[in-house]
Design a protein around this ligand. Structure first.
Ligand SMILES: Cc1cc2nc3c(=O)[nH]c(=O)nc-3n(C[C@H](O)[C@H](O)[C@H](O)COP(=O)(O)OP(=O)(O)OC[C@H]3O[C@@H](n4cnc5c(N)ncnc54)[C@H](O)[C@@H]3O)c2cc1C
Length: 435
């Protein structure tokens, strides 16, 4: 048995159905759980805005408070720190006589560089790609020749494998922890305690007492008792394109992005609901959308870094990014284009960190086609603003709309007037954000 190891929480901030965490605590005598807020998140992007908006910091503060409480109830602690992730992990390993770090695989440039850097510094890193709804081993044959359309992927999945992988719900043992770890300043550090942030009550995200739901138990109760038993899943297909309100869509993305709940667990809830109350086209469609999430994950896992280049997956390597137009970007990102639907949506995004799927598509199309913007700038702005920012879904969707991903139709260009007439005919949505 390994004596001591660090468990590095990345986008898997949960204890339930976290196979890698379970592996760590069964393979090692003492495991130190840590969360690092990397200092590069406070940097500016090349285009002059911060990488992480304040509401994202506020959300993490709440989430980490709950994760820490959960760990404490298991007899453990959680170290929190702000800094260079690699440097901090190396320093802690050296100081505490630890050789091994466990960290979930995030198949994206920066995150893979971190793992590589740790290994170069002599640390053994155990990784697991565990954020999908369907375990990669089950779809490996389908991915050998990567299906370049989602429909092909979905058809193959439906023909060949189960809808989702069962969550791993084995109870955790009591967690052993060294006394010196308990006494460390990092065990008492809480991130973003001095941040003043008040949540915009206009948000479509579910809230309780003026705060987002970030505690895993609270989230489970909301999903099972409010969302599923409330019957909203049974009408999801008809409502999912609406623009505002708590229940028109599931809002699971926020919890999935941070790993508060796993996609497998969510599908298990849906499955149970279907067994009790009946399956229909809408409950199927929730699975269908979660499969989109998996599709982008597998795409990144397989194709890696090309997806972050301007050309994306297109074969035209000669195309150059359009020149960055500061005033267009300011108008778009601040909701000052003069086009009401776009302005309302961009204000909702920067005030609340959330936007409906319909409007994400519409504002992305506007940036790309009406303002001839670089898709990477748009994706980067979303990255800084979205509470549910997820590298795969964000970059995958932007590439798709820009026609540089896996869209067989070669990108999407929406007619803004038509979208306005269809989805906000009476102007209720615009009224919320423009009055
Ligand atoms: C330009 C653009 C950027 C996006 N960036 C992100 C992002 O950073 N993080 C993110 O989670 N989603 C992203 N999406 C996908 C989608 O808009 C959100 O997942 C969805 O709006 C979240 O709300 P919900 O949980 O209520 O979704 P629901 O409609 O209730 O869907 C259920 C779940 O299915 C998944 N899902 C739904 N639509 C998609 C999709 N198009 N692609 C991948 N997964 C999907 C999500 O996990 C979602 O929680 C983006 C879409 C676009 C067009």
């Amino acid at each position: 048995m390994i004596q001591r190891a660090i468990y590095w929480f990345r986008h898997d901030c949960r204890l339930e159905d976290n196979p890698l965490f379970h592996q760590a605590v069964t393979e090692c005598h003492e495991v130190l759980p840590v969360f690092i807020e990397d200092s590069r998140l406070a940097d500016q992007t090349t285009w002059g805005f911060v990488r992480q908006a304040q509401h994202n910091c506020a959300f993490k503060r709440h989430m980490l408070m709950h994760l820490r409480a959960q760990l404490e109830s298991q007899g453990s602690v959680m170290w929190q720190a702000h800094g260079d992730s690699v440097e901090l992990l190396v320093e802690w390993c050296n100081e505490l006589g630890i050789q091994r770090v466990y960290a979930e695989t995030v198949a994206a440039e920066e995150e893979e560089r971190e793992i590589h850097a740790l290994r170069q510094r002599g640390i053994e890193v155990i990784t697991l790609f565990q954020s999908t709804m369907i375990d990669r081993t089950l779809v490996k044959p389908i991915l050998t020749y990567f299906p370049m359309s989602f429909t092909r992927f979905r058809q193959k999945v439906e023909a060949q494998t189960s809808r989702y992988s069962a969550p791993q719900l084995i109870p955790l043992p009591h967690l052993q922890i060294a006394q010196e770890w308990r006494n460390s300043e990092f065990a008492h550090t809480l991130l973003y305690t001095t941040l003043h942030y008040s949540l915009d009550p206009r948000t479509s995200l579910p809230v309780h007492n003026g705060v987002w739901l970030t505690d895993s138990k609270q989230v489970r109760t909301y999903i099972t008792d409010d969302y599923l038993k409330g019957g909203y899943a049974s009408s999801y297909k008809a409502t999912r394109n609406q623009l505002f309100g708590t229940h028109y869509s599931s809002k699971w993305s926020v919890w999935l992005a941070h790993g508060i709940r796993s996609a497998r667990t969510l599908m298990a809830y849906v499955n149970e609901f279907e067994n009790q109350s009946g399956a229909n086209e809408s409950t199927y469609w929730l699975w269908f959308e979660l499969l989109w999430r998996d599709y982008f994950r597998f795409l990144f896992y397989q194709r890696k870094t090309n997806l972050f280049l301007f050309q994306g997956l297109s074969t035209d390597s000669s195309s150059t990014p359009p020149r960055f137009n500061q005033s267009y970007f300011y108008a778009w990102s601040h909701g000052q284009t003069g086009v009401d639907l776009i302005d309302a949506a961009m204000r909702e995004l920067s005030h609340t960190g959330y936007l409906s799927n319909r409007l994400r598509q519409v504002v992305a199309s506007f940036w790309l086609h009406e303002y001839q913007g670089n898709w990477r700038v748009g994706a980067s702005w979303f990255e800084s603003q979205l509470l549910d920012y997820d590298v795969y879904s964000n970059y995958g969707n932007w590439l798709y709309i820009a026609g540089k991903g896996t869209d067989p139709r070669g990108g999407r260009h929406f007619n803004i007037q038509k979208q306005t007439d269809e989805y906000d005919p009476k102007g209720y949505y615009r009224e919320i954000w423009l009055r």
